[in-house]
Design a protein around this ligand. Structure first.
Ligand SMILES: Nc1ncnc2c1ncn2[C@@H]1O[C@H](COP(=O)(O)OP(=O)(O)O)[C@@H](O)[C@H]1O
Ligand SMILES: [Mg+2]
Length: 423
């Protein structure tokens, strides 16, 4: 008898807090014979006032315990409404959906333990109360996936690598899955990899700096640089990009994760100061942030990935996959990839000058840059699809962290379950 399949809805809102992304999948079986088919996906905008409050709180601006509690429950209501709207758009009755996997809205993430009341502590907080989602939708909801990994000594992030592994593992091709949300993260899946060979980390910013600059210069009239229109009008300022490339986060060895705590307001202020020093016009600075973003990803591949394993393809997802300048920079740098070079922004896009090689480097490689859509997962559905998969695994009592990606001591069953009301 074929395994029974379930409809699972993944719900994701990333660090950009631009929209709630929902993906409906039909899932059956168990790894290594898990079958997951993405049926539909949609995005629903955040109510603007809530978005403002989320961004404020995620910047670590003061909030009282009472307000935080209110925000958690209110977001639960917003997520529940998004689920019901999505179900209508998909023409699926909510009672046909077996399970929701809700990532929640990250408002704090400290994956690496830091001193706190004389003891090192790591923690993470994703909000959007799942009991509310389950009650309003009548669908069992799994949420709060990250803490179980932190409890095992991991960084609680990234968690999408489990889905990347299931979706993209290839017998002959080494692949890197790159998601360009607010932050850029990669999952490295060597050819024919075992789960223990998969590793992943945040390379640095993706859209976060670009969005912050655009919002700043347009006084919030625009939220992002649609199709890189502004950046394309800017001039390159190589010395500025060279300075950005000295960002100490880029040199930190993985596993590592980052967020608004680092690439948020303080970083924006640093960028604006740098811009002034280099006499950059607004569009020059947006261009610099876009190029820096692309080069920081290439730098991460050069430093931490290519010396270890051969990569044939880079599979790009997330909102940043719609940014043509970001993608062009990536493709240019990687199609002409010579490992061990330092990328100098003083060269035209894609060209490099060779610096003394300090590490032993493998032979030069060319890496093909693909959109996840070309492999059947629309760029804006990848992460929500991943949380549908994670919820399905948790519901079946199976672990879905990848310890080599998060640094956890062992596999963990992720998330907490809010059951649907009795029928
Ligand atoms: N057409 C586009 N041109 C340029 N950037 C885009 C475009 N569409 C989306 N983006 C970028 O993608 C971001 C949202 O990406 P997303 O994957 O939803 O991030 P997150 O997971 O952090 O919410 C937007 O804030 C914007 O910067
Ligand atoms: Mg988003």
């Amino acid at each position: 008898m074929p395994p029974k399949s379930s409809l699972v809805l993944g719900l994701m809102s990333g660090t950009s807090a631009d929209a709630i992304d929902l993906a409906l999948a039909r899932i059956s079986g168990a790894p290594p014979h898990l079958n997951a088919k993405l049926l539909n996906h949609t995005s629903i905008n955040f109510p603007p006032q809530l978005r403002k409050e989320i961004l404020r709180v995620a910047e670590q601006q003061p909030i009282s315990a009472g307000e935080l509690s209110q925000l958690n429950f209110r977001l639960g209501e917003t997520f529940a409404e998004a689920v019901l709207t999505a179900a209508r758009r998909f023409r699926v009755a909510p009672n046909k959906i077996a399970l929701i996997g809700s990532h929640g809205q990250t408002i704090f993430h400290q994956g690496q333990p830091v001193p706190y009341f004389s003891r090192k502590t790591a923690s993470t907080l994703q909000i959007g109360e799942p009991a509310i989602i389950a009650a309003r939708t009548g669908i069992t909801t799994i949420a709060d996936f990250r803490p179980a990994d932190i409890a095992e000594g991991g960084q609680g992030a990234p968690l999408v690598p489990y889905a990347d592994y299931l979706l993209y593992r290839h017998k002959k091709l080494g692949r890197v899955s790159l998601n360009l949300g607010g932050i850029a993260n990669i999952t490295v899946i060597p050819a024919n990899a075992k789960p223990s060979q998969v590793f992943a980390f945040d390379t640095g910013p993706a859209n976060m700096l670009i969005d912050a600059l655009v919002a700043h210069f347009t006084r919030n009239r625009q939220r992002y640089d649609q199709n890189a229109r502004l950046a394309q009008q800017g001039h390159a300022i190589p010395a500025l990009i060279d300075e950005l490339m000295r960002d100490p986060y880029l040199k930190l060895a993985p596993p590592k994760s980052t967020g608004r705590e680092y690439y948020g307001r303080t970083y924006l202020e640093k960028l604006l100061r740098l811009g002034q020093r280099h006499k950059a016009k607004p569009n020059d600075l947006i261009r610099a942030a876009t190029i820096f973003t692309a080069l920081s990803i290439v730098d991460a591949l050069n430093r931490f990935v290519l010396p270890k394993t051969k990569i044939h393809q880079l599979i790009v997802s997330g909102g940043g996959a719609q940014n043509p300048l970001l993608l062009a920079q990536l493709s240019a740098a990687l199609s002409n990839q010579v490992v061990g070079v330092r990328f100098s922004a003083s060269q035209p896009a894609g060209s490099q000058h060779v610096a003394p090689q300090v590490r032993k480097m493998p032979a030069p490689t060319k890496i093909e840059v693909l959109s996840s859509s070309q492999l059947g997962v629309p760029t804006d559905a990848k992460e929500s699809f991943a949380f549908a998969l994670l919820a399905y695994e948790t519901f079946h009592h199976r672990p879905s962290n990848i310890p080599s990606a998060t640094g956890a001591r062992r596999p963990a069953i992720l998330g907490k379950i809010s059951y649907a009301p009795p029928r």
